[in-house]
Design a protein around this ligand. Structure first.
Ligand SMILES: *Cc1c(COP(=O)(O)O)cnc(C)c1O
Length: 321
């Protein structure tokens, strides 16, 4: 298969047209309490209200919308710790094609159930001992299916970029934009949109403290691999950036910082108590960084991507107890 060219803002615009009327245009919310605490004017792009509960629907649907007749017939395959699985399963159902998803055996129950609920075929593996990329590649080859990875694909990155395009279309130019990252698909697409629509905006990536491979990669100028990090931010527990995502991040992301699991729990509580929103731990990364002053934001117009809201309610109750 021929490698696709690196994604550009034109690809984000193309994705926005494909997603029109299919993806939700999620709300941009504000909180005066959050603004008072931080001294900034903060705009939350609430992708926890996206279809299937996270921004991942955007990239998955965009990627599948590019399939030709032969690819549609064989179906789509992916590996994912959760939200990309649901995104592919739902997008495949909407497109009327088959989806097979390789998931870790310890993925949150809500995510596994939702994936099956959307009609996806689930195959499990051990994320501490087996390599999901190898399993995915082997299955795709055996079954002739098209592999859509969770982040390192131009159509996925372009689709994810539509959330921040909508955000800046609504708020106008921003001084700073905080985006969480795992493999970097969301922040890659977000940075393309920010660079085009608000060129003076500083884009800052936020990772879990336990898994700062992106921060290390940016510092070293090459992709750094780490062991699977143990963090409650399961959506950002990836071990390395991708080639497409790192190329964009290197060019357009100013810095990458980290927050702790305790700070994530405090932020989950803030969202629940003050904004009446269920946000999953990974979805709290960017807001947690702003709330804890990881980067000074006083007096700035700040965008924060709230990336998803899929968390087992029993687990949420444990975190908040
Ligand atoms: C996948 C995911 C992320 C990380 O996205 P990448 O594109 O891998 O950087 C962040 N938050 C949520 C809720 C996710 O599902």
């Amino acid at each position: 298969m021929q490698a696709l060219p690196a994604p550009t803002f034109d690809d984000v615009l193309d994705a926005a047209a494909r997603l029109e009327g299919v993806a939700h245009r999620t709300p941009v919310l504000t909180s005066s309490t959050f603004n008072e605490r931080t001294g900034a004017s903060v705009f939350f792009k609430c992708e926890n209200f996206q279809r299937m509960g996270a921004f991942k629907f955007r990239g998955a649907y965009n990627a599948i919308s590019h399939f030709d007749a032969e690819q549609r017939k064989a179906g789509v395959l992916t590996y994912s710790s959760g939200n990309h699985a649901q995104a592919i399963a739902l997008s495949a159902r909407l497109a009327g094609i088959h989806a097979t998803i390789v998931m870790p055996h310890d993925a949150p129950e809500a995510k596994v159930a939702a994936t099956k609920g959307y009609g996806g075929e689930v195959i499990t593996y051990d994320r501490y001992t087996e390599n999901r990329e190898e399993i995915g590649r082997r299955l795709a080859e055996e079954r002739g299916m098209t592999l859509i990875p969770p982040y390192d694909h131009p159509h996925v990155i372009a689709g994810q970029g539509t959330a921040v395009k909508e955000l800046i279309d609504e708020t106008g130019p921003l001084d700073m934009l905080f985006v969480c990252l795992g493999g970097g698909g969301l922040i890659g697409g977000s940075a393309l949109s920010a660079a085009a629509l608000s060129p003076a905006c500083t884009v800052i990536g936020i990772e879990p403290e336990a898994g700062n491979d992106g921060q290390q990669s940016l510092a070293r100028g090459e992709i750094v691999h780490i062991d699977t990090p143990r963090t409650i931010a399961d959506g950002a527990a990836s071990t390395h950036l991708g080639h497409y995502t790192f190329a964009v991040i290197r060019k357009l992301v100013a810095r990458i910082e980290t927050v702790s699991d305790v700070q994530l729990i405090d932020t989950m509580r803030f969202f629940a108590e003050r904004m009446k929103m269920v946000v999953e731990p990974t979805g709290c990364l960017a807001a947690a960084a702003v709330l804890n002053g990881v980067v000074p934001v006083k007096g700035k117009r700040v965008g924060v991507v709230v990336s998803g809201g899929n968390v087992d309610l029993a687990r949420l109750a444990q975190y908040l107890a």
